[in-house]
Design a protein around this ligand. Structure first.
Ligand SMILES: [Fe+2]
Length: 201
């Protein structure tokens, strides 16, 4: 079954221009299109896997790049839908941040520093249900360095295409600030509530 690019209802945002966001959404749609195109080729190649061994291998490996590009952008854009909304101070997510990082601000500082790492990629917060704790990390491009078994709570795109237009090549820090200014924390809280209610056997 082919995937379809999702439509996001995004408000006017402070520090993330419509032009930049529209271009970003077009890139997202490209991932969906490429993933579908690769998937459609696979059955053909698989018919004679010996003859197509190299093409098949390359396609399978590259397909995760396209899929992760697709899905991570869906996580990213849905976090901006509905407009900026603060973290609920006494909510379960804020409490978990305080438990692990002492203060929410300390988590944000840590997460910002991950986002500011050099190279294109994603700063990500995952939930490890086995240990009942967060793991924060950086995925190079979008398919390397994941905690592959863990679900994502927060996804911050730090590829240059996310900030170049609004902030220039050295403006990643300002872009990260703008992202958090426009973040709808209720989306992150919903994800966390759904994930933290499940405990492994
Ligand atoms: Fe992106």
């Amino acid at each position: 079954m082919a995937y379809e690019a999702r439509t996001f209802v995004l408000p006017e945002m402070d520090g993330l221009s419509k032009t930049s966001v529209d271009q970003h959404l077009a890139l997202y749609a490209g991932y969906v299109k490429n993933f579908n195109a690769m998937s459609a080729l696979l059955p053909e190649y698989a018919k004679d896997s010996e003859k197509h061994a190299h093409a098949l291998s390359e396609l399978i490996r590259r397909r995760s790049f396209e899929f992760d590009g697709m899905r991570l952008h869906e996580y990213y854009f849905e976090q901006l839908e509905g407009g900026a909304s603060p973290l609920t101070p006494e909510g379960p997510l804020a409490k978990q941040f305080e438990k692990e990082y002492h203060k929410v601000e300390y988590f944000l500082e840590y997460f910002r520093s991950i986002g500011n790492m050099r190279g294109p990629g994603w700063a990500m917060l995952y939930w490890d249900a086995h240990a009942q704790q967060f793991l924060a990390g950086f995925s190079g491009e979008q398919h390397q360095g994941h905690f592959v078994t863990l679900p994502i709570v927060l996804a911050l795109d730090v590829w240059e295409h996310a900030f170049l237009l609004d902030y220039g090549a050295t403006g990643k820090g300002k872009y990260i600030d703008a992202f958090f200014k426009n973040l709808n924390w209720s989306v992150i809280e919903k994800r966390f509530n759904a994930l933290s209610s499940w405990k492994p056997q």
